[in-house]
Design a protein around this ligand. Structure first.
Ligand code: SAH
Length: 404
């Protein structure tokens, strides 16, 4: 299969500044451009960058060279060198598939097969929605290897179609070899809206135009949990997007579910997703900014048995951290005022720059500052198709608080 023309790659010899060398020895996958001490020749995207120890000159790690990113080398192999060839990629994909097996034994046909750095394939995401595989590339380093990887992925996933998504940064510089965002690179995609199952609940995703690869698979375990808690309950789902939590709540027998999001389009998706499943409860939507919408519900003296607040990442950059913390604090305080006695407040964060410990501390302090006491029911992290193998890879955390 020829996705790209043949792209020649070469090997580069690299030495690093001591602090970066230490990070590599600890297994960190990123080498920043300003950490490189010596490089024998100029590199192109996807060239193999072999990192040698400064003192002993022995092999430390191998990565792929990215001239377009400040993260100049993305590591794929540590300690022991082995040939980076088609077999190497096949092994990586097979290993990743094995890790996901327990999930595939549930009533679920949507999963993340490759999670970038965490599966030793930095910037390479592969999400499966039923019979459709969506590949999202965040770096040019992958173009030379697609002809090896795609046939293997198609075989393992047993999919009917493959859609390629390219990140905005990737599209803005460097060659893309006539590939474009949203291109169907294998098979036929009958409909860009694909229907799939998540723990027995049906959802749809627009794999061509949707955010990221079309849907957020990462909260699957939390959505199932909220579904289990929702029987005969009233539920408010804030930052609902396509209704992940809302639809599980309805499926779980909620009496009444309210989805709140700033985007009308997201709420329309939530309604469509709800209608894919049979349920008896009602589903309302509120189009509003979450902070204003929550305050307005408080002013109207509305309350719910379960309130889920799962915002987008508030700290995409280092300098956004302190503002992000304030936003999490505000949301916890607003949310706590809307929960019935013995009801549950579910607070989630997907900002990797705010570590779980800090997020839970902020949330708990601000539940208290709303005049509510709480009991921690559960704290959850990543589902098995989103493994974590380096500090910045851990982004998802979710606390379940029962309020007095
Ligand atoms: N909880 C969702 C994922 C949330 S994604 C799930 O389980 O799939 C983030 C959502 O927040 C998007 O739908 C976006 O439209 C919405 N959003 C972003 N800023 C917002 C704001 N200020 N108020 C309300 N919604 C907002």
């Amino acid at each position: 299969m020829k996705i790209t023309p043949f792209i020649e790659t070469k090997r580069l010899a690299i030495k690093l500044k001591p602090s970066a060398e230490k990070m590599v020895k600890q297994g960190h996958p990123w080498i920043f451009e300003n950490s490189i001490l010596k490089q024998n020749t100029d590199g192109k995207a996807g060239d193999l960058a072999i990192v040698y120890d400064n003192k002993k000159n022995n092999f430390l790690a191998c990565g792929l060279y990215d001239p377009y990113s400040p993260i100049r080398i993305k590591l794929i192999q540590y300690k022991k060198p082995s040939q980076i060839n088609e077999d190497w990629f096949v092994n990586r994909i097979v290993e990743a598939f094995k890790i996901r097996q327990p999930l595939l034994e549930t009533d679920t046909n949507s999963y993340r097969l490759l999670f970038g750095e965490n599966d030793l394939l930095p910037g390479f995401i592969a999400d499966v929605y039923n019979k459709v595989l969506v590949i999202k590339l965040y770096s040019h380093i992958w173009f030379p290897y697609l002809n090896w990887m795609i046939p293997c992925l198609i075989e393992i996933v047993n999919c009917d179609a493959v859609v390629l998504r390219l990140s905005r940064t990737l599209q803005s510089k460097g060659a893309t070899f006539n590939l474009h965002d949203g291109q169907v690179i294998f098979g036929d995609l009958e409909n860009e809206v694909v229907i799939f199952k998540e723990h027995g609940v049906l959802f749809s995703a627009n794999v061509i135009k949707g955010h990221k690869t079309g849907y957020f698979l990462d909260h699957r375990h939390n959505r199932r949990r909220v579904g289990e808690l929702s029987y005969n309950k009233t539920v408010l789902d804030v930052f609902s997007y396509a209704g992940g939590f809302s639809v599980h709540a309805l499926h779980g027998g909620a009496k009444k579910v309210t989805s709140l999001d700033i985007s009308r389009q997201a709420l329309e998706m939530a309604q469509e997703n709800a209608s894919l499943n049979t349920h008896e409860g009602t589903h309302d939507i509120i189009i509003a900014d979450a902070f204003e919408g929550l305050q307005s519900l408080i002013n109207q003296k509305k309350t719910f048995d379960i309130v889920v607040i799962d915002p987008p990442s508030f700290a995409k950059r280092e300098n956004e951290i302190s503002r992000a913390k304030k936003s999490y604090a505000k949301l916890a305080k607003l949310g706590a005022q809307l929960v019935n006695s013995n009801g549950i407040l579910v607070l989630a964060s997907c900002s990797s720059r705010i570590i779980a410990e800090d997020f839970f501390k902020i949330s708990e302090e601000h539940i208290l500052s709303a005049g509510r006491s709480f009991e921690v029911q559960e704290k959850t992290y990543h589902d098995i198709d989103h493994p974590v193998n380096f500090t910045e890879g851990a982004y998802l955390k979710c606390g379940y608080y029962m309020l007095d």
